[in-house]
Design a protein around this ligand. Structure first.
Ligand SMILES: *Cc1c(COP(=O)(O)O)cnc(C)c1O
Length: 251
């Protein structure tokens, strides 16, 4: 931490929230009989200014979750100056929001992991884009892909239907410039989160039988991370409980 700069109000707020969240995640791990530290916190910074990411960087965070391409692309460009660090090669950007195929090219330039791949067409577009980005030297690893599963089979909310999961997983696993990392889900609105995450855990167990490397389970947000950790989440995506209420709510 830069000792010349006094702790401003936003820095202390974010530091306090980070400490509380870490304690909350650790408690959830213990309650589930899991190793504290076995669940990663992915700060979701959408709708918050890039300056906040600079603060989080200086507080030691190296992963950021964003859900809108334009906003994220601008923050990726702005972070080096805000973080006071030119070499940000240890930062991992996560695209967690719904993604259109025509955004694949730009996303492939900066995303370490995409949490929201839910169709073969999107996976193929991302593979092509990632291959080009690798060739152009814009990235040096395949794009890590999490398959977003629909737990209510409402196509409007995104996610692949469980019946189509195996085919999509096989396609991603065979794609040269993609790496199959695991699964992601958002519980259906008004659903019982406990049974939604239990269903997700079952799907993840089945996936692991075919693809043992697909160990990531991205599940749990501010309001439901305890239930997600109980059902095997390895990565909780937390916005509100860290950053405060968003100025506008996202879909
Ligand atoms: C915004 C968002 C989150 C964070 O939600 P909070 O309830 O603010 O913690 C998690 N995952 C996705 C996909 C999101 O879009």
């Amino acid at each position: 931490m830069n000792t010349e700069t006094p702790l401003d109000a936003r820095t202390s707020e974010l530091a306090t929230n980070l400490a509380a969240l870490t304690a909350r995640i650790d408690a959830a791990c213990r309650a589930a009989g899991r190793e504290p530290g076995s669940v990663r916190l992915l700060p979701v910074t959408k709708f918050f200014p890039a300056a906040d990411l600079g603060i989080l960087y200086r507080l030691g965070r190296r992963e950021f979750g964003e859900s809108r391409e334009q906003e994220a692309t601008a923050k990726v460009a702005a972070l080096p100056e805000l973080a006071g660090e030119r070499d940000l090669s240890d930062v991992r950007w996560h695209m967690i929001g719904r993604l259109q195929r025509n955004k694949a090219r730009i996303i492939a330039r900066w995303a370490h992991t995409v949490h929201s791949v839910d169709s073969e067409r999107l996976a193929m577009a991302l593979d092509t884009a990632a291959r080009d980005a690798l060739e152009a030297g814009q990235r040096d690893t395949p794009v890590r892909v999490l398959l977003q599963v629909s737990l209510d089979e409402d196509p409007a909310r995104g996610g692949v239907a469980p019946a189509e999961l195996d085919a999509l997983a096989d396609l991603v696993a065979e794609s040269e410039a993609l790496q199959l990392g695991g699964l992601m889900a958002i519980p259906p609105l008004h659903a019982d989160t406990d049974s939604a995450f239990a269903r997700l855990a079952t799907l993840h167990t089945l996936l692991l039988q075919r693809h043992p490397g697909a160990t990531e389970l991205s599940a749990g947000m501010s309001s439901d991370l305890e239930a997600a950790v109980e059902h095997g989440s390895t990565c909780v995506r937390v916005g509100t409980a860290l950053m405060g209420a968003r100025p506008i709510t996202s879909a």
